[in-house]
Design a protein around this ligand. Structure first.
Ligand code: GLU
Length: 554
């Protein structure tokens, strides 16, 4: 009769390395006490999900805080889902958010002593571990066809039993080693299944860093650990990799909680100490009917990190926003820090809320405005050109026409105590500032200008002419506005809104009305940055020309 050892040799004749050899190849890490080793383990599906950025940001933070290690492992064993080149893209995108790994798969190369960090390059390692499980009788080849598996499922459904390959339903468990060997030697295709000793009627107590201790049904499924393509399944690869890469803390999405009993069962069979687990809440969104649902790759543009990059959000804003989801005390803390030195924040799993956070674009916009308002004009210039080079060639062309002019535009009410918070992203920047450029301005005034119909074109013309002749820009804002009031009064516009309101028969309107006429004339819009500074940036000659062309268009 064929022994387990012989069966293992028939399945993996060329595997000579042992688990002991691997233990030596990947020694325990020499790190300070309390240091945590975390990892981000993306599948190369061509897409960095906002939830994955959230996870990897926390992995990075935990490793940094504890003087540990954060590494990236590419989980590419599901070859059907793989998109070529997307691993590099993931790394590039992470680095834009300052989530940079200390070791692991780094896009164009790998770094570190615990590799390879790409699962498809680790086939040998998994085979060593699987051979071991077969030798100790805790794994076996399974020859069931999809039809046979279907048949089992149908029986279970009819009998209202837990579905799956377990216990008495695990047909191939009951084959003798001789039968298994004969079929393998005859070239029958097979997978390898784990042989569980569990019972789903029993509960195990598990501890999660986010959720604390809870009970969950024990695993009894003989899950597939080795596929017919020679690669392991996620369940087994996770156990082997996190053991030999010496991960201390597995941080992953809560969708993995149902699989946790399988993973703990596998760790036990391998006689390895499992890592700590932190299952993070998923980021959700309210649907049209007011129900919460997971941010969906298919339905929600906010599900892809690339959406925020394309729209030109400052990356710090998204990270800051995600940290408000991560820790309930962060928001108050970052307000106190005036939105600076985020790296000093002390993250803790215990302050993570359990109900999946709702994605709040308004809050992201708020952070983005705060962050951009604190940048000086040179920083803004650098950020805008970096963005425009990749995403908006038209914006880049406009900025490059005259970098100093662009900086002056962006510097309106910036670099001061209470800077204006009018920009949140660069995707719509060109729209907001295009009026500063004559070619765009000419297009804008081809449309009907939004002057109030309370005023005749004649009255608007006389206000504009007088402003053109008299209003000086060589004075400070206060006296400039004083002069506007004088000009207004000479044409029967009250120096303030209240006076006009109380005496509507005596006035045409108030100074606010003439400021609006001027604003619309110079910018084509009812809203713009501070008019005094807009005029200073445009310069007297350009302002005069614009006034003339609006008057002549009436
Ligand atoms: N590759 C898995 C995923 O894409 C990783 C899960 C984990 O972090 O263990 O979800």
């Amino acid at each position: 009769m064929i022994t387990n050892q012989e069966l293992a040799n028939i399945i993996f004749p060329d595997v000579k390395t042992t688990l002991e050899d691997l233990e030596k190849r990947y020694p325990l890490r020499q790190l300070p006490a309390g240091a945590e080793v975390t990892r981000f383990a993306p599948s190369p599906t061509g897409f960095l999900h906002t939830g994955s950025l959230f996870t990897s940001m926390i992995c990075r933070k935990v490793a940094t805080q504890t003087h540990g290690v954060f590494y990236v492992r590419l989980e590419d064993t599901d070859t059907k889902r793989e998109i070529q080149g997307s691993g590099e893209q993931l790394l590039d995108q992470l680095s834009l958010f300052n989530v940079t790994p200390d070791e692991g798969y780094l896009g164009d190369h790998q770094k570190g002593n615990y590799g390879p960090y790409v699962q498809s390059e680790r086939a040998d390692i998994y085979r060593i571990a699987i051979k071991h499980l077969i030798e100790i009788g805790r794994a076996y080849p399974c020859f069931c066809s999809p039809e046979e598996l279907n048949e089992i499922r149908t029986k279970q459904e009819a009998a209202k039993l837990v579905p799956g390959y377990y216990g008495q339903f695990a047909k191939c468990r009951f084959l003798t080693n001789d039968e298994k060997a004969t079929r393998i030697l005859a070239g029958q295709p097979f997978v390898v299944r784990y042989k569980s000793n569990g019972n789903h009627a029993r509960k195990i107590r598990v501890t999660d860093l986010v959720r604390g201790t809870f009970e969950i049904a024990e695993n009894d499924q003989d899950v597939v650990i080795y596929k017919s393509d020679g690669l392991p399944t996620y369940h087994f690869a996770h156990v082997v990799d996190d053991h030999f890469m010496r991960t201390t803390t597995v941080i992953r999405g809560e969708e993995w909680i149902p699989s946790l009993p399988i993973h703990l069962d596998l760790f036990q069979a391998m006689e390895w100490q499992p890592p700590f687990y932190a299952h993070l809440p998923v980021i959700q969104k309210l649907d049209e009917n007011g129900n919460k649902r997971k941010l969906s790759k298919r339905l929600d543009s906010e599900a892809a990190v690339s959406y925020f990059l394309q729209d030109g959000y400052p990356s710090e804003a998204l990270i800051m926003y995600l940290m408000t989801i991560a820790n309930s005390n962060f928001e108050e803390w970052i307000f106190q820090q005036k939105f600076d030195r985020m790296e000093d924040f002390a993250f803790t799993f215990s302050k993570m809320s359990l109900d999946g956070a709702l994605f709040d674009l308004g809050k992201l916009n708020f952070f983005a405005r705060e962050i951009l308002s604190k940048k000086n004009k040179d920083e803004i210039y650098a950020m805008v050109t970096t963005y425009a080079k990749v995403y908006q060639p038209k914006l880049l062309e406009v900025v490059y026409r005259d970098p100093n002019y662009f900086k002056e535009i962006m510097n309106i009410e910036r670099e001061k105590e209470n800077p204006r918070k009018d920009y949140e992203k660069f995707g719509n920047l060109l729209d907001s500032i295009s009026f500063f450029y004559d070619d765009f301005y000419e297009d804008i005034i081809k449309e009907k200008l939004p002057f109030s119909d309370r005023f005749s074109p004649e009255l608007i013309s006389s206000v504009l002419s007088k402003i053109k002749e008299e209003l000086s820009l060589n004075q400070d804002e206060q006296s400039w506005f004083g002069q506007m009031k004088e000009i207004g009064e000479s044409l029967r516009f009250a120096p303030n809104g209240k006076l006009f309101k109380n005496n509507p028969d005596q006035y045409n309107g108030s100074v606010a009305d003439i400021a609006e006429m001027l604003r619309i004339t110079l910018t084509g819009k009812k809203n713009s940055p501070n008019l005094y500074y807009v005029m200073k940036v445009l310069g007297k000659a350009r302002c005069d020309k614009r006034i003339e062309s609006v008057i002549s268009s009436f």
